[in-house]
Design a protein around this ligand. Sequence first.
Ligand code: RIB
Length: 313
Amino acid sequence: MTMRPLMFFGTTNLDLCFNVDRLPTPGETLIGTLARNPGGKGANQAVAAARLGLQPYFYTRLGDDEAGRQLFLSLTKAGVRTDAVEICQGEPSGSAMVMVGDDGANMIVIDPGANLNATALTIDRAAAFIEPHAIVVAEMGIPVAALERLFELKAEKNFELIFNPAPVRPGLSAKAWASIDYLTPNQSETFELTGVEVLDFDSAANAAEKLLKFGPRAVLITLGAGGAYYCDESRSFGLPAFPVKVVDTTGAGDAFNGAFAAFLSQGRAVRDAVRGAMAVAALCVSRRGAQDSMPTAETVDVFLNQQTVLELE
Ligand code: RIB
């Protein structure tokens, strides 16, 4: 099978994860346990793809500090190609405070650090690693000016673009939205972009119609336990989520995006890639952490075979 090259553009953070019985209310002090995990949406996505056996390039900006060294190591260990990673003198690495309750739900605050200083110029340097016929994945943690440049390069480099608008920020031009092939928001990002509350496939269809008007070729909305909804000009479908015991939802969307890109790059059809990505996200939420919870291709195959048996029973 010929694989298409894959490159991710996004953020990397050191996640300070507090596991607590339940998420706190304002003014409340709770006791929890702390774990320091590699994270950041772009890094999680690239690691998800690497765990599935791909060798993606990744562009990110790390500080020249201890956290940066740990985060770099975590990428290389997973098999992510780090040639385009920038180590930035005098800048701190990004960090995130992640609180995870017993039901797996989380609250996250980010200090972007070096992630915030990506520019059109740094994108131009990294773009040298976009290979012919590549699939490129970007998330919205990197500044809009840098994203604009990346999306502009699509005409020249002729890549396919998956854009995960997380976290949603204002300011992306109409031209940039129109260059997206697959737009992949979750429910809250969809609400921010369209004002439509996505609760099921009907409301997802309504929101997707609005999102298609922004200009992407296809929209793929993730609904967490509610599954995923795909829509382009000629077809639409919704797939239910796989039932799993949720331990920690951190990185679930990243698992989905990284895996969707990986499966497309392996030549799978869109529906099959969405199903596989949902399996990867289901496995991710059944373990703690972000990058640490990304499954291998073998684990995903076993899981999907089990699901097929359950569906036939
Ligand atoms: O999507 C999960 C990620 O969001 C975490 O790893 C954290 O770093 C934040 O960027």
